[in-house]
Design a protein around this ligand. Structure first.
Ligand code: PAF
Length: 287
């Protein structure tokens, strides 16, 4: 595995790989690699000849009250994990390398951001879209891998790719779950034993909500039912429960006309805020 720190070298390497007709799979990360990243990297390995992983904690996507400095970092551990997973190039630039002084432009995301987690994080997705646009131009991947656990991020980036006619294929990778259904997350370690035991009820609530939708139950009734189910079984504080079109993330008027549906949930336990979602098609009923 080769570690690359400069934009110039990364672009040169990607150009060379493309010149010899190699397909490039890309997994952008902010480091502190966990099993979710492992799944994305394994998927990229299956579908491409070359895999590039980037590690860059992007200051632009942190709000003033979100602690950019406290974001966990461990490059030695990340290097070992990436190597073990068979990554070909690890792109690890400094903030100065990525953001030169006197920046002239910034991408603004105009849709798909006023709901779910975007609602409480103004500017967050502008930062994500800007850095991903830059990374796509640096790494020049054929395929880029993103987890559906962050379904809103996927929706925003699919919009970015379409708006700017980017020649990148975004691959949606399904959420990886524990055996009892709980979505894997680095935050799960902050749950107490008792909270960990009831946390899978979030996924059960989504599944039961989906079944109710497919049976034709009205959306407000389903949302209320899910809220009660979560409250009764977990005692967690519900941040939101939303049922929207996917990937547009708009209110659902007619179920037949939308590509997909998302049921998304965020709930606060004593020391962890967990999110989860199900994306499915109304016609096929599948995720
Ligand atoms: O999902 C993440 O880790 C980040 O938002 C991303 C896509 C690497 C951009 O900084």
């Amino acid at each position: 595995m080769k570690i690359i720190n400069t934009i110039e070298e990364m672009q040169q390497v990607s150009q060379n790989e493309r010149y010899v007709q190699k397909s490039i799979g890309f997994v952008p990360t902010m480091g502190f690699l966990h099993e979710g990243h492992g799944t994305l990297i394994r998927e990229a390995k299956k579908q491409n000849e070359i895999v590039v992983v980037s590690i860059f904690v992007n200051p632009l996507q942190f709000g003033p009250n979100e602690d950019f400095d406290a974001y966990p970092r461990d490059i030695a551990r990340d290097e070992a994990i990436a190597k073990e997973l068979g990554v070909d190039y690890l792109f690890y630039p400094t903030t100065e390398e990525m953001y030169k002084k006197n920046r002239t432009t910034l991408i603004t995301v105009e849709r798909r951001v006023d709901v779910l987690c975007g609602k409480s994080r103004p500017g967050h997705f502008d930062g994500v879209a800007t850095v991903v646009m830059k990374l796509f131009h640096i790494v020049m991947p054929h395929n880029a891998y993103f987890g559906m656990k962050d379904a809103q991020q996927v929706a925003v980036l699919e919009g970015l790719i379409a708006d700017y006619h980017l020649l990148v294929n975004l691959v949606r990778v399904n959420t990886v779950r524990e055996e009892d259904g709980l979505a894997k997350s680095s935050r799960n370690v902050y749950l107490s034993d008792q909270e960990r035991a009831v946390a899978p009820f979030l996924f059960q609530a989504l599944q039961k909500g989906k079944n109710k939708m497919l049976q034709g139950e009205a959306i407000p009734v389903i949302k209320e039912w899910i809220a009660e189910f979560v409250e009764e079984n977990t005692k967690a504080e519900l941040d939101y429960i939303e049922i929207l079109s996917y990937p547009n993330l708009e209110k659902l008027d007619s179920l037949e006309e939308v590509d997909g549906i998302i049921i998304a949930i965020a709930a606060k336990f004593s020391k962890a805020r967990l999110i989860d979602n199900l994306v499915f098609s109304y016609q096929k009923g599948e995720q």
